[in-house]
Design a protein around this ligand. Sequence first.
Ligand code: PEP
Ligand code: MG
Length: 380
Amino acid sequence: EPELSAEFQLLLSWADEERKIGVRANADNPQDSAKALEFGAGGIGLCRTEHMFMDAARVPIVQKMILAETFDERNAALDELLPMQQGDFEGILEVMQGLPVTIRLLDPPLHEFLPDKEELLVEITKLQILDPKSKELKEKEALLKKVRQLDEFNPMLGHRGCRLGMIHPEIYEMQARAIFYAVANLADEGIEAKPEIMIPLVGHVNELKEMRELVNAAALSIKEETGKQFEYTVGTMIEIPRAALTADQIAEEADFFSFGTNDLTQTTFGYSRDDAEGKFLQTYIDQKVLPENPFAVLDREGVGKLVEIGVELGRKTKPGLKTGICGEHGGEKSSIEFCYKAGLDYVSCSPYRVPLARLAAAQATIRFGKNNHKEAVTAK
Ligand code: PEP
Ligand code: MG
């Protein structure tokens, strides 16, 4: 049963004729990808691979990967994860049938995958009383020690995003290989796949350079191994102010930019995206310190300015550089209007917001004129 009425679909098709900016969806599994297509998305703008690892059956393997003491231990976990990831990517790429799919390499706040410290402490205390000489107690104590070593005061500003790929390149390598195996396999079935591989939380061009080389090396190796040819691109999230401010350098290494306005809002204001809304933000809004919640509506003067700077500097290096937005703001009407004027090629939002985004994108063209979009857009 389609969720959109025929009348609404017709209205949306008129909106599509008018709009100058693409609408994609954020999706991490085949079901959401199918929903995105049903609602008229032109591709996947953000596939958050960390969500694939949250599955209860996989968490223990991911923990083994993170907590590994030796290369061999880590590689054993990665060997288990690779076929699972290949399946994840095949599923999504197959549903999307040649439409662009931006796959972001792992960007986990590590603490979300680690065993809970409090629970571990309770278990250790119990064992100390009931079975103080047990092997289990020794193992749990060693685990707690390791978890404490990885503990961070500010996990959201910590060992996340490409920082993980830089320190443990074998994790990103496993993901890149899984993507390329998926593409090669689909090619065998005559299914075209267009992966756009995205590196998260880049703050310095050297991070992107190194991660791009790693992805290219993986592609080359899979092409040799399978004898298949395939296309892909490598781009970056722009979600750290320094990345926006040095976007001319970053563009040298990027096929596309995607603005992560959730993190960009967090880092531009210096507000924790996990805490601000529950603490002071509402009072700020009530007292008119801020006009609205910047995590919901793009702050034009600060965050938006960084988006504009990023687009301009990026296109100075690479005219026509493809740019999009995949933060929450990509599904909010006035933020979409802003993205249109900033010259972005597409917005990406949750599948259920795609119809709204299609309408908002058309309204932006009607309101500001076709020529007020800074770049000629090639693809919806
Ligand atoms: C962002 O930061 O805006 C983004 C899209 O990435 P995530 O929300 O996964 O950090
Ligand atoms: Mg982010």
